[in-house]
Each structure stands twice: as C-alpha cells, then as structure tokens.
Design a protein around this ligand. Structure first.
Ligand SMILES: *Cc1c(COP(=O)(O)O)cnc(C)c1O
Length: 405
C-alpha cells in the first residue's frame, strides 16, 4: 500500500513518481552509428555519394520493394509522391483526419485538395467505409497513415482504390518494421513514405524514404529531389561532362551521405528496436487492457505493429476532469505524456483555406479529447515503463469519479 503522502498528486504538491521527466520518445544511438558517420566525414563524398545508394538498396531489400528513394525528410517524401502521382489543382486526395499535418500538406503543396476521412474508433486508423463515402469524380489518390505504427487496412483500401482507379499511398512514418500477414510495410500500398526523424523507428537526424515497385515513379522522384535535373554531378564527373538538363521543376530534397550512413547503421538494429518497443507495449497493455478508466488502441489481428506510439483513450465519463487535467497531472509526475494528434481539419489553416469545421470527422474529433500518448522508445527500461504505469494509475485513481473528495 502506498502512503498517503506518495498518493498525493505532484500537481497538488505531492512527491512526483519520477524526479526527471521521462520523454515520450527518442533515438537510440550507439558507437557503431557514430563510427558510420565519422567514416563518411573522412571519405570523399558528403552528399550524392555511395552511402545514399547503400541505404536505398538496404531499405528496398528490407521491405521487399524494387525501389527506394532517400530524401531529406518524411514531408519531402510525401511531396515527392503527390508530385509523382501528378496531383494538381482540382484534384482531391483522401487523407485521415487523425494524423500529423504533413500528410495533408503534401497534397496542398501540389495545389490539390485534401479530403478528410474519419478513423475507426478502436484503432484510429483511416476507416475504409468513410473513404468510400468521400470519393468524388475529382478523387485521385488515398493516403493512409499507419497510425501509432500499425498498418492500415490496405486490403480494404486496395479494393476501393482499384474500383475507382485511385493510387494507394502509405504514409508509413510510424511503421517501418511493421508487417501485415508477413508482408512488410513498404510494399502494402503502391508507394510508401517513411520519416527518419529522431522519434521515429530509426533515425538519421532528419531524413525520409520512399519505397515502391514502380521503377518509372522512382526515376521521377530521383529527378524531383535533385532540382528536376536528370543527372547528378557525380554521374557528370564520371562521364567527364559538364552538361545537364533540368526537365521539370524540382527541389533540393537530397539526403546527405552523412545522414544516409547513420540511417543504414540504424537499419541493422531496427528489428531489435521493434522487439523492445513491442515488449514495452505488452507491459502497458497488461496493465491497461482491462482498466476501467483507460482503453488502449486495438491492434488488428495478423498485423505486427511497430509501436511507434502507445496511446490510451480516457474513459471521460468515469473521470471527474478532462484530458488536459490528466495530461498536466502526469507531466507533474515526471511522465512526458503527449497527444497525437489534433485532427488536421481543425487547424486554422485548413479551416480558413478549405472550409473544414467541427463535425466533419466525429470519431477523430471525439478521440482527440480522450487521447494520451505514453512514453515509448527502445532505450526505456522496464522501470521507466513501470513508473509510467504507476503514475497513470495514481492520477486516474485521484480523478476517478468515485474518488472521495
Ligand atoms: C513524422 C511524420 C511525418 C513527417 O516526417 P518528417 O520527417 O518530420 O518530415 C509525416 N507523417 C506522419 C504521420 C508523421 O508522423
């Protein structure tokens, strides 16, 4: 039994469960990673060199795709995809409401219109039935998001996409290393994008990847990431020529060899990272699966989640305070909880420029008020996870509507 003093919430002046804030996510960097970066720094190529090709080859092999293109971040990866699909003014692309803004922004970069689909209440993955409902004559593509690290329902989405001649895109920023019935994320959609930001499954500091089996699309994206120029300077050097042609308007979205070497070194440890994330998630689920005050997200059968994030949904009808109060109380306990995400259609930019409003995606909107992301990253210890469980338990009990006041 806890003493009265330790039960007193830190936010009310009690002793916090942890003295130091446990972040919600973070990278795992070891000496091999550092050595890989240093080796590039000592080499001839800091960018557009052999580390880029080595990373692309290794990622393509890992997910089982024919092609991989490395770019400077996950948002650039999504932009390269909307560009390669020919999205333009007048075109609509269906995206889930529950995602990071970058998913929808990539449509807007091309002058297209994102159309927000609602999510499933138990997984918060894009709901195929709502996707089908939101298709119009202008729809060109569907971008699914592997929210929290588990693959979306690509079998159902593919059926819809094929029936309407739409491209199927995976925003797999959360899910490198995940799979569905033995098939790795990276080949479940026509084209998939990944992020190498430090909180994501593996990191290069900043970085992005695209995988596809479509060679023509990969070629287009390699030109797009290099100003729209058909050859890079290394190829010109090899040919002893100055000549190049800019065939399209592109960007400088290249990923340097320094970044690629770090990502390649990280890739060797991805399966270990995933296993550790799954262990911590299992620890949380054991504590919270039957809890009366929170509900973990469901994991679809036959999928293996990368567990980028571990969320619970609060049972607000059994709590005396709202999510923000629980959030503040947990932060005070030294638990770096977070919220993923504010539904994208509720951001002022989308309200102003696309006329989106409350009521468009009721499941996502309702989930938003109940969501809490618990700390989860491979370097976490079991003791860190247990502190999160204890603090969550302590705070929920204090704010349970049955708690005596
Ligand atoms: C992180 C993230 C992105 C963007 O990736 P960056 O590398 O940060 O640009 C896109 N979509 C989702 C769902 C993400 O979580």
């Amino acid at each position: 039994m806890r003493s009265k003093l330790s039960e007193m919430l830190a936010i009310a002046g009690g002793k916090p469960v942890r003295e130091q804030m446990l972040p919600y996510g973070g990278q795992t960097i070891d000496d091999d990673d550092i050595a890989a970066v240093v080796a590039v720094l000592r080499s001839n190529y800091l960018t557009t060199g052999p580390a880029v090709t080595a990373l692309e080859t290794a990622v393509a092999r890992y997910v089982g795709a024919a092609e991989c293109v490395a770019v400077c971040n996950g948002t650039a990866a999504l932009h390269a995809i909307t560009q390669a699909l020919g999205i333009g003014p007048g075109d609509e692309v269906i995206v889930p409401a529950m995602t990071f803004a970058a998913t929808a922004n990539a449509v807007v970069y091309q002058g297209g219109t994102p159309v927000f689909a609602d999510v499933e209440a138990d997984t918060l993955l894009i709901a195929p039935a709502d996707v089908a409902r939101k298709i119009s004559r202008r729809t060109k593509a569907i971008i699914a998001v592997d929210y929290a690290g588990q693959p979306a329902d690509y079998a159902a989405l593919r059926e819809i996409a094929e029936a309407h001649g739409l491209a199927l895109v995976a925003d797999a920023a959360h899910s490198l290393g995940a799979s569905d019935r033995g098939e790795k994320v990276g080949v479940l959609a026509d084209v998939s994008s990944f992020s190498l930001h430090p909180v994501k499954p593996i990191t290069s500091g900043e970085g992005g990847l695209i995988t596809t089996n479509d060679a023509e699309m990969a070629r287009n994206m390699r030109i797009f990431r290099n100003h729209g120029i058909t050859t890079d300077y290394r190829q010109r050097e090899e040919r002893g020529s100055f000549f190049y042609e800019m065939v399209d308007l592109g960007f400088n979205y290249r990923l340097s060899d320094i970044h690629c070497a770090l990502a390649l070194s990280q890739l060797q440890k991805l399966d270990d990272f995933t296993r550790r994330r799954q262990e911590i998630a299992a620890r949380y689920s054991a504590a919270f699966a039957a809890h009366p005050l929170v509900r973990p997200l469901s994991v679809r059968p036959e999928t293996s989640s990368a567990f980028h994030l571990y969320m619970v949904q609060l049972e607000l009808n059994r709590l005396s305070v709202d999510r923000n109060a629980i959030f503040a109380a947990l932060r005070a306990e030294g638990i770096g909880v977070n919220v993923h995400y504010i539904p994208v259609h509720l951001h002022p930019f989308y309200r102003t420029h696309f006329g989106t409003a409350l009521g468009l995606c009721p499941v996502a909107e309702s989930a938003y008020h109940r969501l809490l992301t618990l700390p989860l990253f491979p370097r976490m210890t079991d003791a860190d996870a247990d502190a999160t469980i204890d603090a969550t338990q302590k705070v929920l009990t204090a704010f349970s509507d049955r708690a005596s006041k």
